[in-house]
Design a protein around this ligand. Structure first.
Ligand code: UDP
Ligand code: MG
Length: 320
C-alpha cells in the first residue's frame, strides 16, 4: 500500500508547481516513502493545468484532477480525499507557504503516536495582518464552539489517517473546520504540530475577508445540519409543537372569554374580531406546517444519498 498521499489544491499557481513537485520528491526520496502526489486543479485560468500535465509526464507519482470551473478549496480537498489511497494523507497548499520538510514528522505522529489528525500550526505566520487578525478571531470562536484546543484550525498543512478522510465530506468553505467535522465523526485524537510558514513566493492570496464571512455562515449552518441532519423532525417538530400549543392555548382562552362574554350579553363577533383570534389561527397553521416540513425532510433523507457537487473535466493517471 502507498504510504503517503499528498493532496494539493491548485488555483492559479503555475509558477509554484515545478518547485513544489521537486521539493516534495526530494523529501519523499530521502525518507524512502512510497507516495502519490495528487493535484486538484480548481478551475485555474492560468497555465496551471498545462504545467501539471507536463510535470506528470516526467514524474510517475503525479495524479491530477481538473474541475470544469472554480469550485473552491473545500471541493478540491473533498475530491482529493475520496481518491487518496495512502495510509497517511497530507494536504498542503500549492503556493510554497507550507514546507514539504514537515511531512515525515507529520507521518510519524499519525503512524507512531496514533493521531487521527495532526493539524499544522503556523506559529510564526508570514501573512499580512489583514489575514492574521480575522484569523485569530475565527480560531477563538471555533475553539469555543468545538472545545478542540487547536491554535490554527485553517492551516493548509495537515495529516490524516486514511480512514478519517474517507468519512469527511467538505463543501462551501468547510475546509476551515475539518478538525470539527472529524470530531463529529468520532475521531477524537486530534493533534497539533508547529510548522514552518513562508511568505508567498509567487502570485497572490485567493482568500479575502469575504471568504471568512462565508466560512462563518457555513460553520453555523453545518453545526445546525450536524445536529439535526438525521432527525429534522426533532427541530421542526419542536418548533411546530410550540407554535401549535401556543395557538391552542390562545384558542382555549378565547373560547373561555367568548362563553363568559356571551353570558354577559356580548356578541360573538366581538370575540372573533380580536387580533388574538387571528394570531391563534396563524400559530395553529404554522405549527402544522412546521411539523410537516420536518416530516418531509426526514422522508427525503431516508431516500437520498449525498453526491459531490462539482464537475470533473480532466483526470490524469488514476487507474479505474
Ligand atoms: N485554492 C483553491 N481554490 C480556491 C482558492 C484557493 O484550490 O478557490 C488553493 C490555492 O491554490 C492554494 C490554497 O488553496 O493552494 C490556499 O490558497 P491561498 O494560498 O490563496 O490561501 P492563504 O494561504 O492566503 O490563506
Ligand atoms: Mg497561501
Amino acid at each position: 500500500m502507498t504510504q503517503v498521499s499528498i493532496i494539493v489544491p491548485v488555483y492559479n499557481e503555475e509558477e509554484s508547481l515545478p518547485e513544489l513537485t521537486t521539493w516534495i520528491g526530494r523529501v519523499m526520496n530521502q525518507h524512502r516513502f512510497s507516495y502519490e502526489l495528487i493535484f486538484i486543479n480548481d478551475g485555474s485560468s492560468d497555465k496551471s493545468w498545462e504545467v501539471i500535465e507536463c510535470l506528470a509526464k516526467q514524474n510517475g507519482h503525479i495524479k491530477a484532477i481538473g474541475f470544469s470551473r472554480n469550485y473552491g478549496k473545500s471541493a478540491a480537498l473533498d475530491i482529493g480525499f475520496s481518491r487518496a489511497s495512502g495510509e497517511v494523507v497530507i494536504t498542503m497548499d500549492a503556493d510554497l507557504q507550507d514546507s514539504p520538510d514537515e511531512i515525515p514528522l507529520l507521518y510519524d505522529m499519525i503512524k507512531e503516536q496514533g493521531y487521527d489528525i495532526v493539524s499544522g500550526w503556523k506559529k510564526k505566520r508570514h501573512d499580512p495582518f489583514t489575514k492574521t487578525v480575522p484569523s485569530k478571531f475565527f480560531n477563538g470562536v471555533t475553539r469555543l464552539i468545538s472545545g478542540i484546543k487547536l491554535h490554527d484550525f485553517n492551516c493548509g498543512l495537515k495529516a490524516y489517517r486514511n480512514k478519517v478522510v474517507k468519512q469527511i465530506h467538505l463543501y462551501g468553505e468547510m475546509h476551515r473546520y475539518i478538525p470539527l467535522i472529524a470530531k463529529w465523526n468520532g475521531f477524537n485524537k486530534i493533534g497539533e504540530k508547529a510548522v514552518e510558514h513562508r511568505a508567498r513566493k509567487y502570485g497572490t492570496t485567493k482568500f479575502g475577508i469575504e471568504r471568512f464571512v462565508h466560512g462563518f455562515l457555513d460553520l453555523i449552518s453545518v453545526s445546525f445540519v450536524n445536529r439535526y441532519r438525521k432527525k429534522p423532525m426533532h427541530f421542526f417538530g419542536a418548533l411546530g409543537s410550540i407554535s401549535f400549543f401556543g395557538g391552542f392555548l390562545i384558542t382555549c382562552w378565547l373560547v373561555f372569554e367568548k362563553i363568559r362574554g356571551i353570558r354577559h350579553g356580548l356578541e360573538v363577533r366581538e370575540v372573533t374580531d380580536q387580533p388574538l383570534f387571528f394570531l391563534s389561527l396563524v400559530a395553529l397553521v404554522v405549527g402544522v406546517q412546521l411539523f410537516l416540513t420536518g416530516f418531509l425532510a426526514e422522508m427525503m433523507i431516508s431516500t437520498s444519498s449525498r453526491k459531490g457537487d462539482y464537475n470533473i473535466d480532466e483526470e490524469l493517471n488514476f487507474a479505474h
